[in-house]
Write a protein of this length. Structure first.
Length: 202
C-alpha cells in the first residue's frame, strides 16, 4: 500500500509565490517605465538633430528660367533651337556672379542636371544647362560634338551668358565661365574650351 505525502495547506504556496513575485513585478514595471523614458528622450534628440540639420542645410531658393535659344541651322537649312535652363539664387550678393555651364551625357537631357545646377546656384553661381541638339526637347540632329554644330552651339550659349546682367564679365562679351560635363558632355566641355578662349575653366 502506497501512502501519498501530505498535501500543503491550501493557498500557502500560491501566497508565497505572490510574495516572491511582487518585487519582480515592481522591477519589471520600473524597467518598462525607464525604457519608455529612454525611448522618448532618444526620439526627441533625433528629431532635434534632424531639425537642426535641416535648418543648417536649408539654402536660398533657386529659380529656374526655361529658354529656347536659337543656334545655327542644320546642313539642309532646318532651323534649330535648344532647350536651355538658367538657374539663379538670391544669395544676398547683388553684384554679377561667375557662371557655370553643365553638359549632359549621351542620350540625356538638361533635366538630368537639375540637382547639380541647383546646388551650384545656391553657392552663388549663375548656372546654365542645355539639351544638346538632337536630344530631348532640342531641335536638330546629332553631329557627335562637331565643331560646326555642337561646339558652335556651346559658343552661342557663352554669348547668351555674356549678355546677362547678372553674369560677371572679364571683358565686354567675355563672361567668367567654366564648363563641366560627363561622357558626351565632358567631350563638349573640352572641345568648347579649345575653340572658345572665353571659357576659363573645365
Amino acid at each position: 500500500m502506497m501512502v501519498s505525502p501530505p498535501e500543503p495547506p491550501p493557498g500557502r504556496n500560491s501566497h508565497a509565490r505572490r510574495l516572491v513575485g511582487l518585487p519582480v513585478i515592481a522591477w519589471l514595471r520600473a524597467s518598462r517605465a525607464r525604457l519608455v523614458v529612454t525611448v522618448l528622450v532618444a526620439v526627441a534628440l533625433v528629431a532635434g538633430g534632424v531639425s537642426l540639420l535641416a535648418a543648417r542645410s536649408a539654402g536660398p531658393a533657386v529659380a529656374e528660367e526655361a529658354l529656347r535659344v536659337p543656334v545655327g541651322p542644320e546642313p539642309d537649312g532646318t532651323p534649330v533651337d535648344l532647350d536651355v535652363g538658367v538657374y539663379t539664387a538670391d544669395t544676398g550678393v547683388t553684384s554679377p556672379k561667375p557662371a557655370v555651364m553643365l553638359a549632359h551625357g549621351f542620350g540625356g537631357q538638361r533635366q538630368d542636371l537639375v540637382p547639380q545646377a541647383q546646388r551650384l546656384a545656391a553657392q552663388g553661381y549663375v548656372v546654365l544647362t542645355w539639351t544638346a541638339r538632337g536630344f530631348g526637347q532640342s531641335g536638330g540632329r546629332i553631329h557627335l560634338n562637331a565643331p560646326a554644330y555642337e561646339v558652335a552651339d556651346a559658343e552661342a550659349l557663352v554669348d547668351l551668358l555674356a549678355a546677362r546682367d547678372d553674369v560677371l564679365l572679364d571683358a565686354e562679351g567675355d563672361p567668367r565661365v567654366g564648363v563641366a560635363g560627363g561622357s558626351y558632355g565632358g567631350a563638349i566641355a573640352l572641345l568648347a574650351a579649345g575653340y572658345d578662349a572665353r571659357i576659363d575653366a573645365i
